[in-house]
Design a protein around this ligand. Structure first.
Ligand code: FPP
Length: 260
């Protein structure tokens, strides 16, 4: 599957979302409520990541994208940033074998040049090892920002224009081929845990027609049952992509009125 734009062509939809994108929020508050240091919430957050991956694979979700570290998260206290980096390294070292054994492909998107060599190397090796897996594609967005993504795609088109000596054709198709997640369909369902109701510079381009689901549940408490509730809410939505409700009804009337 490669990216196709919902504003160019209406995608097929099913009761189970093909692609779920999640902002995993509330780790700090989960820990503070328990009088634990904030970083304890991130540690528990990794357990919730594991649970979400397993539940998505079981439900038949094809793509799961998790916002692990935004381009703005560098603004956090140094100790918390360092802790998150160490957690990322440990998770890569410990979990990639299990992901691979379960047929899961791992991708990491974002401006990876800001990470140290060790992390970049672990990412490259994990992506290579799991590249041919097809059960579920797990994407970790790390040092990712939706605006960064749009800018880097625009830059690539500009570079292409300069190389070929004339302006590259710019349309949704040519542009979106340069987005970091050009290998995935647009998310069908966006989930944000932790009670906030904003996108926080996540997949700005790709969320154009995505269904949104916000829950008060803190990320460490977001388990298989919580995911199932989110999917059930999604299944009740009417995805019109700009059309009317009547147009979504079975084709009977139109078919009946066609000349034989
Ligand atoms: C938001 O909660 C969470 C993060 C910025 C980090 C998310 C990281 C993990 C779940 C663990 C690492 C993940 C992987 C894939 C290895 P917050 O700290 O903003 O919580 P708060 O809003 O309660 O303060």
């Amino acid at each position: 599957m490669t990216y196709t734009s919902s504003t160019v062509r209406v995608p097929d939809v099913a009761a189970v979302p093909r692609h779920i994108a999640i902002i995993m929020d509330g780790n700090g508050r989960w820990a503070t409520q328990r009088r634990l240091p904030r970083v304890a919430g991130h540690t528990r957050g990794v357990d919730a990541v594991r649970a979400a991956v397993e539940a998505c694979a079981r439900a038949g979700v094809e793509y799961l994208t998790l916002f692990a570290f935004s381009s703005e998260n560098w603004r956090r206290p140094n100790e918390e940033v360092s802790f998150l980096m160490r957690l990322f390294v440990t998770a890569l070292e410990r979990e990639v074998g299990k992901l691979h054994a379960n047929g899961i492909r791992l991708r990491v998107v974002g401006d990876l040049s800001q990470f140290n060599d060790r992390i970049q190397d672990l990412i490259r090796r994990a992506e290579t090892k799991t590249a041919r897996n097809t059960r579920l594609t797990l994407t970790i967005a790390a040092n990712y920002g939706g605006r960064w993504d749009i800018m880097q795609a625009a830059k690539k088109l500009a570079e292409q224009s300069a190389q070929q000596g004339h302006a590259a054709e710019v349309n949704e198709e040519t542009f979106s081929q340069h987005l970091a997640m050009a290998y995935a369909p647009e998310p069908d369902l966006f989930i944000r845990t932790g009670g906030e109701t904003r996108i926080s510079n996540f997949l700005l381009w790709q969320l154009a027609y995505t269904e949104f689901y916000f829950t008060e549940t803190f990320w460490p408490d977001f388990d298989a049952a919580a995911l199932s509730d989110a999917i059930a809410s999604y299944a009740r939505r009417e995805r019109r992509f700009g059309r009317t409700s009547a147009q979504l009804e079975p084709q009977s009337q139109d078919a009946d009125s066609l000349p034989c």
